[in-house]
Design a binder for this molecule. Structure first.
Ligand code: FES
Length: 358
């Protein structure tokens, strides 16, 4: 996967709700191969805002079958990139885009009859739309049940597209909309998904014994709740796929404080290998993360979310020790093989060698 950025023109910008835009990118023919993607993957966008370089990752909501590159960007309070995308970005503007990446998918098998369940909250619907559309179109016998949480009916992102899919696959696609700030006559559909609602869902709507895969995308608390429920019900890890939209920085901050106090005053020689080049810098153990320290010293390294989710900053730990604040973006076999997320890796040894080239 290329971690280079490419200048891409904005083909169109459409509002799906008052505070969420769908941006369609005009990927030129010579870049279509490098920008080919799998349902559920994301793009990292980069631009300069008030003299500062800002990067963010957004899931593709289009299907690879459409040969379109669309991302949904919901405006969040104090969100630099999301405000820029909603208020300033225009059609035909150019932004820098890194080719698609991400592991939030299960392979398509045209011959299988599979039953899928999806749980999404707010903008967590963006990769889900791509996943649902692709599986339903490519696997003619498969079914999907979507449980989707929003604040109000007017803030349901991609509602038209979801309803169009429901009409197209009436006997294979069901949607249950939950609203947290608007009361409706069916109590079950009022409020966020909790333990009680999960009991009802898995007793009356979704048969856990014949559901093959679960997709979950939204805030951390929702993901943990559903993941824990499924684990207790003996659903295997291979059947559960989740994508975090935002992480709990409090946990990372607390861990960081403890590390800073325990390693105070100790020095680490950090060697970075990237693009065949090598640089060594001195930093304090237990203090900053490897990525930020290297960027502060003018290294040119790949990164996007800086939140331990996207894995763009992944590298191999060749020598030394680090403590990871968060590591959602790594698969168990990658951790086993010695990979780290440099944006979350705090040095805890006198020498550290980190290789971005392997
Ligand atoms: S930059 Fe996204 S996990 Fe490090």
């Amino acid at each position: 996967m290329s971690k280079e950025f490419y200048p891409i023109s904005v083909k169109s910008i459409d509002n799906t709700t008052d505070d969420c835009v769908i941006i369609s990118l005009d990927v030129p023919s010579d870049l279509k191969k490098i920008f080919s993607f799998i349902q559920g993957q994301y793009l990292t966008l980069k631009t300069m805002i008030n003299g500062e370089e800002v990067r963010r990752s957004y899931s593709l909501c289009s299907s690879p079958l459409d040969s379109e590159w669309k991302v949904g960007i919901k405006k969040v309070p104090d969100g630099k990139f999301s405000s820029f995308a909603n208020d300033i970005l225009k059609e035909r503007d150019t932004i820098e885009v890194m080719p698609p990446d991400g592991n939030f998918y299960t392979p398509i098998d045209v011959n299988q009859k599979r039953n899928y369940a999806a749980f999404a909250a707010g903008s967590g619907i963006t990769p889900m739309l791509s996943i649902i559309k692709t599986h339903l179109a490519s696997e003619p016998k498969s079914t999907f049940k979507l449980f989707y949480v929003n604040q109000k009916a007017s803030t349901v992102i991609l509602k038209e597209e979801l309803e169009a899919l429901k009409n197209l696959y009436m006997d294979r696609f069901e949607i249950y909309y939950f609203l947290t700030k608007q009361q409706r006559s069916i109590p079950f559909l009022n409020g966020r998904i909790d333990q009680e609602k999960l009991e009802i869902i898995f007793k009356s709507i979704c048969n856990i014994d014949n559901t093959d895969h679960y997709f979950i995308c939204g805030p951390e608390a929702m993901i943990h709740l559903i993941n824990d429920y499924l684990k207790v019900a003996k659903v295997s890890d291979e059947q559960i796929h989740f994508e975090l939209f935002g992480t709990d920085n409090k946990v990372a901050d607390q861990k960081k404080e403890v590390l800073a106090a325990s390693f105070k005053g100790k020095v680490c020689d950090l060697t970075i290998i990237e693009g065949g080049k090598q640089m060594t810098i001195q930093m304090e153990q237990g203090a900053n993360n490897v990525l930020d320290e290297a960027l502060n010293n003018s290294a040119d390294l790949p990164f996007a979310c800086k939140g331990g989710v996207c894995a763009t900053c992944k590298a191999k730990l060749v020598e030394g020790n680090v403590d990871m604040l968060l590591s959602y973006g790594l698969e168990p076999d990658e951790i086993e093989a010695g990979y780290i997320l440099t944006c979350q890796a705090i040095p805890t040894s006198e020498k550290l060698v980190v290789d971005f080239d392997v």
